[in-house]
Design a protein around this ligand. Sequence first.
Ligand SMILES: *Cc1c(COP(=O)(O)O)cnc(C)c1O
Length: 362
Amino acid sequence: MIKFLDLEKVNNRFRTEIDEKIKDILDCGWYLQGKYNDKFSKDFANFCGTKYAVGVANGLDALNLIIKAYGFGVGDEIIVPANTYIATILAISENGCTPVLVEPSINTYNINPDLIEEKITPKTKAIMVVHLYGQAVQMEKIWALAKKYNLKVIEDSAQAHGAVYKGKRTGSLGDASGFSFYPGKNLGCMGDGGAVTTNDKELYEKVKALANYGSDRKYHHIYKGTNSRLDEIQAAILDVKLPHLDSDNDKRREISKYYRENIKNPKIILPETYDEKAHVWHIFAVRTENRNHFKEYLEENGIQTNIHYPTPPHKQGAYSEWANQSYPISEEIHRTIISLPISPVLTDDEVEKVVEVINNYE
Ligand SMILES: *Cc1c(COP(=O)(O)O)cnc(C)c1O
């Protein structure tokens, strides 16, 4: 069976170094807000090309804390793509803000920048972009709109660690960015983890305090904060893996290129990229009319797949107030999309087998 994602194999490449770090943490007995969190925060900010990074408990919290730190709440609107993982939208509604959904482009699966301006109202406070499947959003028009209407640009970079747009990495393409280190992400820890990156010192300090009980120093609480911290074990694991992220992403690019050049089946629509550097292929999503049939066929031939995602946010029970809204492009994507195996530990034989099986699909 070719697994959709063999996490054991992904992480076992770093076993010796990870064992050493965990032993060190056991030996020194310091588990939170210590040297590993400090080091990883610095290294990750460096990697993204920002001045600051704060480790937090998960990706949802990262987005949540950014919105909270900007002080956005009830009555404020935040523009967001209609096709994304639910966390992006939850971060907005958890703060009492109104998510304003915008259709994606069918070619990039990312928010369509040409459809944003018509959704801007006097209540709009920010545009939250999502670099979906690992492809950096083409930011030029979004920057122009943000400037024209005085809006913040918040990035959901949970799927796009290391992707580059115009020489800059995700995490540095907006005013602030949220990352997730959920185990299956391109940079993943062994539990939950996340980070906020920014060049804005004030925002950095506020997010850092909010994530630690609203405290800027011990037992001194300046905000009604929360508990959202990246623990030392996760930070240490991430710091072991970070130096390998670029080469892992290159491997994903290689596999993606091979798929795109060799899968030749009129029933399968392949994903596109506007620039090889802009995409880190967190997910290699193809579209096909009879998705369930295709999924079963692959399963029967020993290939595991996944669906990101079967139901668009506006059709989820949690947002029943949107049940009558219609986003046809987003719905079309959710109806037909299916994700093929892609990861830095997939072997050449496995990649060739995937192509062969797909080319024989009728
Ligand atoms: C994974 C993910 C998140 C949430 O990250 P968690 O660490 O699971 O909270 C947010 N947005 C997107 C697009 C994601 O893929």
